[in-house]
Write a protein that binds this ligand. Structure first.
Ligand code: ATP
Length: 770
């Protein structure tokens, strides 16, 4: 080790630069070897493919010799092996290319307990070893790297797969590297220095999220490296890096369980598809494949292709009256889930609803017959195998019916009218022989009837004879007898209305979010379907927008997975206040000793001024601590009419442009956003309207409704029309969510008086604009 006191900082920087260049050179060399490797693999692939063609050429018609078959098999194996090797090299090359530009971002000097010598390690995006397997760079996910994120100098510990390890840490150094040059370095005492974080946070937003590997904070590191909890519940203020931390966590898990965990065994449920697009680059940039990504609604709706599920906009804009509020609460509760689970057990004895199996418009197997078969199995059968046994019996019945159907008139007519080509197509071989005409007719009849009944066969296999909707309806109707609705403040009349509404929308091929999960849960229970046992990690972002019923259903669908749930109870824009109990609901689903709750209170996204402002909107919120990054006070504009308000927006946009800030104008509803977009256009302001979650974020000024802004961030935000009475008291969280999307500049506009939710913000937190 160099004696630091002997060398001044400049020399130290030179030494580090020389070391960096040495590493880069070795990386380049390694890249060259990989390229050669890939070329050899490509050559091999060509040779094998040619050999394949030769074998095929040597084949005689349809027949294939044993030798040729063996040879094909061998060639295929070789092909797969070479292909894999090529793929791996390519992936590694991609990582090395990134390392070459920025081989490391930190250095640690330490001495492990019980070891005679001090060590120096460098940390980067991925490990890199020289030819003697000596680590020149350690992956940020390696056990030792943890002390970079976690510990102070002095005695610190870190977790290895074999248990805790103690080290004495002397130096923690951070580098700012740009294109192979060390721009600056900082030696820090504590965890990651604020200086480095400030550098990163001062940067501009983009349409895609970035990784935070260099500046992961201690509390975030806890989330990232947790391997014990079955449920990891993260409550974090807006902008506290929840989403960032889980993406890092996924990369960590893929590294930690390399070989046993693949990206297809990790699923992330996110608030909307727009957000999926926003985060899609983070993992690939770390050299990892993306996990499975979808929204909760997509996950369920794909199972009901013939039904339209209530859209985000509908869900958001439906005004919930007092009657429906209580019902909404009840059907979202775990108790409703349990009622349904118990109800399904009754179906073991009676009450399952079926549909007739039809053929050519006529009843082929009646629902009564199916019901008789279904309940002919004794009590030792459960719903799942009762259904399987019914399917088997129905298939047998079908086979018997083929015999009967073969003798029917339509079949004889069909045979008579067959053309020569059609006949040929039915024969097994071109010159098939029959003893007599009767035998030939029987052969043809069987062929025709079997083909015709193929549809019936499929319908049986696909359980189309189950009347899923009727079963669900029967359940809904039975609810008042099973439970005391008055406990939930619901009258029988109100419940009846709710059931009628379900029927009405179902007839129109629509289903509400409230009905969607229970509908599918009942289907799963009835069919005895178990969840996806292969899924190992489930991530749920914006957990505050889930209902307890949905949580319970998730647990049912992925019974073996470990869960990471993150959210901000301050941002419950769909479930509003109900979400306050969500944590306890989630905890009930897991054992207490397997649950860990982490709170992130530091908000990194916004400047101190914006965070102070947004915090003041909440009267009873979760804890938020601003990060000390300085910026302008938020601007508040009050206009006498819409036209004036538009002019104010224009002024603010011009100012934002001067700072090179990308602006998002967030309106409350979709209708508001559309109207505003039209008005801007008339006033000569160019903007892109984001109307639905299926769109992509665009560069330049965008206009979007509040429910699509979830999880996103922008340099500058203009909140449109925060006028008096625009938001009700229970929409505090919505106003908070909108305002907290801003990184550097927040502006609020109103026509007439400001929303009462903003009037409570202390005057020193904003600048009132004239
Ligand atoms: N450790 C960190 N280092 C650098 N930047 C960070 C760090 N943590 C968070 N950030 C930045 O802070 C911003 C907010 O992070 P993120 O979107 O992950 O927060 P969130 O908690 O999911 O927010 P919200 O709940 O409001 O959607 C992002 O720009 C992210 O890059």
């Amino acid at each position: 080790m160099t004696d630091k006191s002997m060398i001044n900082e400049l020399d130290e920087k030179k030494l580090e630069q020389a070391h960096l260049e040495d590493v880069v050179e070795k990386i380049k060399k390694s890249e060259g070897q990989l390229r050669e490797h890939m070329e050899v693999a490509e050559e091999d692939l060509k040779v094998i493919n040619n050999a394949f063609d030769d074998i095929h050429l040597g084949m005689d018609g349809d027949s294939i010799s044993m030798d040729a078959a063996l040879s094909i098999h061998q060639q295929q194996q070789m092909l797969d092996e070479r292909n894999n090797s090529w793929q791996q090299s390519k992936q590694r090359l991609g990582i090395l290319k990134k390392l070459e530009k920025n081989p490391f971002f930190a250095r640690l000097d330490f001495q492990e307990k019980g070891e005679p010598k001090k060590e120096t390690v460098y940390i980067g995006l991925s490990s890199f070893t020289d030819k003697n397997d000596h680590f020149l760079v350690y992956d940020w996910r390696a056990p030792i790297s943890s002390i970079y994120y976690d510990g102070k100098l002095g005695q610190v510990t870190y977790m290895t797969p074999d248990g805790e390890q103690e080290v004495d840490l002397f130096l923690k150094r951070q580098f700012l590297v740009e294109n192979g040059k060390i721009r600056a370095y900082f030696d820090t005492q504590e965890t990651i220095g604020d200086q480095m974080l400030l550098e990163v946070l001062d940067g501009k937003s983009s349409t895609h999220m970035k990784g935070i590997v260099k500046t992961i904070q201690k509390e975030q590191n806890k989330i990232i490296r947790d391997t014990k909890s079955k449920l990891l519940f993260v409550q974090g203020a807006a902008g506290s890096g929840k989403t960032s931390a889980i993406l890092q966590r996924i990369a960590f898990l893929l590294y930690r369980y390399r070989g046993t965990l693949t990206s297809s065994q990790v699923v992330m449920f996110s608030p909307n598809s727009l957000f999926n697009d926003y985060i899609k680059d983070v993992l690939p940039e770390m050299g990892e494949q993306n996990m499975v990504q979808m929204t909760y609604k997509q996950f369920l709706a794909r199972r009901l292709p013939n039904l339209t599920v209530e859209s985000l906009a509908q869900q958001f804009e439906t005004v919930v009256d007092a009657d429906n509020k209580n019902i909404g609460k009840f059907v979202s509760d775990v108790e409703f889930f349990n009622i349904m689970t118990n109800y399904s057990k009754l179906l073991d004895q009676s009450g399952m609803a079926f549909k007739d199996i039809k053929f050519q418009g006529k009843v082929f197997i009646s629902k009564e017959k199916i019901q008789e078969i279904y309940y002919s199995y004794g009590p030792q059968y459960n719903l799942g195998n009762r259904l399987d046994a019914t399917v088997d019996r129905l298939i047998k019945l079908l086979h018997r019916k083929i015999g009967a159907e073969m003798r029917s008139k339509w079949v004889a007519e069909r045979i008579e009218n067959l053309s020569k080509e059609q006949l040929q197509a039915l024969y097994s071989t071109a010159d098939q022989e029959f003893k007599n005409g009767d035998e030939e007719n029987r052969f043809l009849a069987r062929k025709i009837v079997t083909a015709m009944l193929q549809g019936v066969y499929k319908n049986i296999k696909r359980l189309r004879f189950l009347n899923v909707a009727a079963n669900y309806l029967n359940f809904l109707k039975a609810v008042p007898q099973i439970t005391d609705l008055s406990k939930w403040g619901i009258t029988e009349e109100q419940w009846k209305n709710y059931v009628d509404n379900f029927v009405k929308s179902f007839t129109d091929k629509q289903i509400s979010m409230n009905n969607l999960s229970p509908y599918l849960y009942l289907y799963d229970l009835v069919t005895g379907r178990h969840g996806e046992l292969e899924m190992k990690f489930v991530f749920m972002d914006e957990i505050q927008d889930y209902t307890p019923f949905q949580l319970a259903y998730m647990k049912f669908k992925f019974p073996r997975a470990r869960y990471t749930m993150l959210g901000d109870l301050n941002q419950s824009i769909f479930t509003k206040k109900n979400s306050q109990t969500l944590l306890s609901e989630a905890q009930k689903l897991f054992d207490a000793d397997e649950t860990r709750v982490v709170q992130l209170v530091h908000s990194y996204r916004s400047t101190k001024q914006i965070t102070d402002f947004t915090k003041a909107i909440l009267t009873n919120g979760q804890k938020i601590e601003p990060f000390n990054r300085d910026g302008d006070l938020p601007n508040m504009y009050c206009a006498k009419d819409e036209q004036e308000s538009l002019q104010q927006v224009k002024t603010q946009l011009a100012e934002n442009d001067e700072h090179n800030f990308t602006t998002a104008i967030i309106a409350k509803t979709l209708e508001d956003a559309e109207h505003l977009h039209d008005q801007l256009k008339e006033n000569g302001v160019k903007s892109t309207l984001i109307r639905s979650e299926n769109q992509r974020l665009a560069a330049g000024t965008i206009v979007l409704p509040s429910f699509l802004a979830k999880g996103l961030e922008f340099d500058a935000v203009i909140m449109w029309d925060a006028s008096k009475d625009k938001f009700s008291e229970d929409e505090q969280q919505l106003v908070y969510t909108i305002a907290s999307r801003a990184m550097h500049k927040l502006t609020i506009t109103s026509i007439g008086e400001f929303s009462q939710l903003l009037q409570r913000v202390p005057e020193e937190y904003y600048q009132l604009m004239k």
